[in-house]
Design a protein around this ligand. Structure first.
Ligand code: ADP
Length: 168
């Protein structure tokens, strides 16, 4: 099942939340900063052991002081002009995060809107990639049951709701 809500991903009581990280995994602004603040300094210490992560790949840590058991860190692509494999990389961020969640027996997973903040990926295009990738994953996997898209603001929520209506 796919759910689309407006909220703060750091509050989500799910098995895993996904962090729109950068490739250093050493923290940043936006949702990354919010997750590190809520999880506590243990999260940064755990991320230091991971030695970064390539764009489109995903790595997992504990959730520490978060309600979520795990944090899955994935650097989405920085939007340039659409010719730099941005779409494929964004799809890989979602698909690799979901595969890692399944490998850790996560039944419930929450995503933020990866790459549509500081990384400037066009919102409507990003929403379509997110939802089609999640839909296709849920059609074949047997571990992950519920994926929640946690939209931080009304504009993001509207874009994901519209993209959802277009793909079902
Ligand atoms: P990126 O660098 O991948 O673009 P950002 O963190 O800049 O990542 O933005 C990604 C999305 O996360 C944006 O829609 C932003 O508004 C949203 N966001 C910021 N804080 C939170 C939060 N606490 N919970 C959920 N989404 C958030």
């Amino acid at each position: 099942m796919i759910q689309i809500i407006q909220g703060d991903i750091t509050q989500m009581q799910v098995d895993a939340i996904v962090n729109a990280a950068n490739t250093t995994l050493l923290g940043g602004g936006g949702v990354d900063g919010a997750i590190h603040r809520a999880a506590g300094p243990e999260l940064l210490a755990a991320c230091r052991q991971l030695h970064g992560c390539a764009t489109g790949e995903a790595k997992i840590t504990a959730g520490f002081r978060l309600p979520a058991k795990f944090v899955i860190h994935t650097p989405g692509p920085i939007w340039r002009d659409g010719t730099q494999s941005e779409a494929q990389l964004l799809q890989r961020s979602y698909a690799n995060s979901l595969a890692l969640a399944a490998a850790h027996d996560c039944q419930t997973v929450a995503f933020p809107s990866i790459s549509t903040g500081v990384y400037r990926y066009p919102l409507a295009q990003a929403a379509k990639i997110a939802l089609t990738t999640i839909r296709d994953f849920l059609a074949t996997n047997t571990v992950v049951k519920t994926v929640t898209l946690v939209c931080f603001d009304p504009t993001t929520l509207a874009a994901y709701q519209q993209a959802y209506r277009a793909i079902v």
